[in-house]
Ligand binder design. Structure first.
Ligand code: AMP
Length: 280
């Protein structure tokens, strides 16, 4: 694996690869890598000639400064995992390399209603930050395919919208959620949880499944009420949302139809905000 820390050195190297017409796959991450990230790397390996992973904790997507400061950093282990999973290139830029004009000079993306619902409602500015960093990274890497996890489902749709406008030639591959044995969706944030909370946090997935099992026969608002009570009884201190949405648009629905639906949950346990979803 070759490690690049500057845009110039990476672009110099990539210039040769772009000329040779190899298929470049890109996996952007914020590090603290786990099996969820590695599922993206493995899918990238299957579909591409060259795997590029980036690790960059993007300051502009954190609406909560404390969340940014507490974000786990495990760079040595990350490098080990990437090397053992045959990643070709790791891009590890500094904030100044990515935001050359400073953190205040951000581009504004037209994301429509997607910016203000669900995650956008609870994390103002979050998706503008996500788009700013991915826009910059894509301009440097210019991959054939970008690999994104369905774990961050709204992020995937937001990036799809941004890329339709600015990078229509780059293909997006969405990868399914990797879970712990107990069903907890893998996340770098899980590192901040005690073992007890990790066990209890499996309740998110259990309740997503509970809603899936009963959605054909029961009213969603009733299911939502039961799921809320279950999560609170399992040690969750706050629930931001439990929503049933059209999986293509993320617009809320209150009953099943012939469309693909998705249930999404965001909730806090031990002060850590977890998100998860299930396609129905
Ligand atoms: P992050 O490092 O949290 O920004 O995530 C980097 C990428 O990995 C994003 O596309 C995430 O959706 C994806 N990802 C994170 N956790 C998982 C998971 N448990 N399963 C699948 N993809 C994931």
């Amino acid at each position: 694996m070759i490690l690049f820390k500057t845009v110039a050195s990476l672009q110099d190297h990539l210039g040769k690869l772009h000329n040779r017409n190899v298929k470049i796959g890109f996996v952007p991450t914020m590090g603290a890598l786990h099996q969820g990230h590695l599922a993206l790397i493995k899918e990238c390996k299957r579909k591409c000639d060259i795997i590029i992973c980036s690790i960059f904790i993007n300051p502009t997507q954190f609406n909560d400064k404390k969340d940014f400061e507490k974000y786990p950093v495990t760079i040595e282990n990350d490098i080990y995992l990437l090397e053992t999973n045959k990643t070709d290139i790791l891009f590890l830029p500094s904030v100044d390399e990515v935001y050359t004009e400073g953190l205040e000079q951000l581009q504004n993306f037209n994301l429509g209603y997607l910016e203000n619902i669900l995650e956008g409602k609870y994390r103002p500015g979050h998706f503008q930050g996500v788009c700013n960093v991915v826009y910059r990274l894509l301009n440097v890497v210019r991959p054939g395919i970008i690999f994104l996890g369905r774990k961050d489902y709204q992020q995937y749709l937001v990036l799809k919208k941004m890329m339709q406008e600015f990078f229509p030639g780059i293909y997006i591959e969405a990868v399914n959620i990797k879970r712990e044995k107990n069903g907890l969706a893998m996340s770098s944030r899980n590192m901040r949880l005690s073992d007890d909370a990790k066990n209890k946090a499996a309740a998110i997935n259990k309740n997503l499944k509970f809603i899936q099992q009963h959605i054909l026969t029961k009213d969603f608002n009733w299911l939502k009420q039961i799921a809320t009570e279950n999560l609170l009884a399992n040690g969750f201190e706050k629930i931001d949302y439990i929503e049933l949405c059209d999986a293509e648009t993320l617009l809320p629905v209150d009953a099943v139809s012939n469309k693909q639906l998705i249930v999404l949950i965001a909730a806090f346990i031990e002060g850590v905000r977890l998100i998860d979803n299930l396609l129905l």
